[in-house]
Design a protein around this ligand. Structure first.
Ligand SMILES: NC(=O)c1ccc[n+]([C@@H]2O[C@H](COP(=O)([O-])OP(=O)(O)OC[C@H]3O[C@@H](n4cnc5c(N)ncnc54)[C@H](O)[C@@H]3O)[C@@H](O)[C@H]2O)c1
Length: 263
């Protein structure tokens, strides 16, 4: 373990957060900073990413922004080269860069399919591959990938999205096996419905009603509720947890027939 006395703090750790400019990635960036980590936000949205970094810096936080398209190999290697010039190591990698799509399979074009897989699955592969090389050299790392409940259960309109997130679960398990010998843990989050920009675009009223009927907590989650699990997995003390899928879903993955007490 890197620091026995620092099991509940991330002081001295550097975290790369892809998709850190918005939604779950932004909430996790804020919580990592509060836990003492330095954060490198890597996002395709330069305008919002720079604004976020500027505003958090005014609060005295230690973070930087790098433009990166996780689906583009050159952009990913540029990111890693830029980080390497400034940082001695990367202890934490969080993957939140992702895009959504709700389309029935017969309406899904090959372009739709390729776009979703390229960002959600290939992007996870490209970034992890490069960061893992750095972590291996230091014999320490915490990697958190982003799956979804859509990667575990079938959902209408989730052909491309669900396949990309199911792929992330398989990739996470392989990474966990290959990297365990180097002191690196790799786990994945499988959130249910979380109130973010992505969900505003993906969920119409019918989807919202259908979702809430199946969620024991009867509400959508917040980005902060997912960030809590992500940061827990980034702690030095989470050293014996690897290859695991964490549904953060208000009980959705466990639910069956539900009777709600209306009293
Ligand atoms: N919101 C949910 O209900 C939910 C549920 C399960 C899983 N997820 C997953 O969580 C992750 C974050 O989603 P969110 O809901 O916070 O969405 P969001 O749209 O608020 O944030 C996604 C971020 O990823 C960035 N991004 C998109 N494409 C990129 C690329 N090619 N390279 C780099 N950055 C890119 C965006 O600019 C944005 O900042 C996604 O992988 C999503 O699939 C979300």
């Amino acid at each position: 373990m890197k620091n026995d006395f620092g099991m509940f703090t991330l002081t001295g750790h550097t975290a790369v957060v892809t998709g850190g400019a918005s939604g779950i990635g932004l909430a996790t960036t804020q919580l990592l900073l509060r836990s003492g980590a330095k954060v490198i936000v890597a996002d395709i949205n330069e305008k919002i990413g720079k604004e976020v970094v500027r505003s958090l810096r005014t609060e005295g936080k230690d973070l930087e922004f790098f433009h990166c398209d996780v689906s583009d190999e050159r952009s990913v290697t540029n990111l890693i080269e830029s980080i390497n010039k400034k940082e001695e190591s990367i202890e934490i990698l969080m993957h939140f860069a992702g895009i959504g799509l709700e389309k029935m399979v017969i309406e899904t074009s090959l372009d739709d399919w390729n776009n979703i897989l390229k960002v959600n699955l290939t992007g996870t592969f490209l970034v992890t591959k490069e960061v893992a090389k750095i972590m291996i050299s230091k014999k320490y790392g915490r990697i958190v990938t982003m799956s979804s409940i859509a990667g575990m259960r079938g959902g209408s309109g989730r052909a491309a999205y669900g396949a990309s997130k199911g792929g992330v679960i398989a990739l996470t398990k392989v990474l966990a096996l290959e990297l365990a010998q180097h002191g690196i843990t790799v786990n994945t989050l499988a959130p249910g419905a979380i109130e973010t920009e992505l969900v505003k675009k993906m969920h119409d009223e019918e989807t919202r009603r259908a979702y809430i009927q199946g969620i024991p907590m009867q509400r959508y989650g917040t980005p902060q509720e997912v960030a809590m699990t992500a940061v827990y997995l980034a702690l030095p003390g989470s050293s014996y947890l690897t290859g695991t899928v964490f549904p953060v879903d208000g009980g959705f993955a466990s639910s069956g027939v539900m009777k709600n007490d209306k009293t």
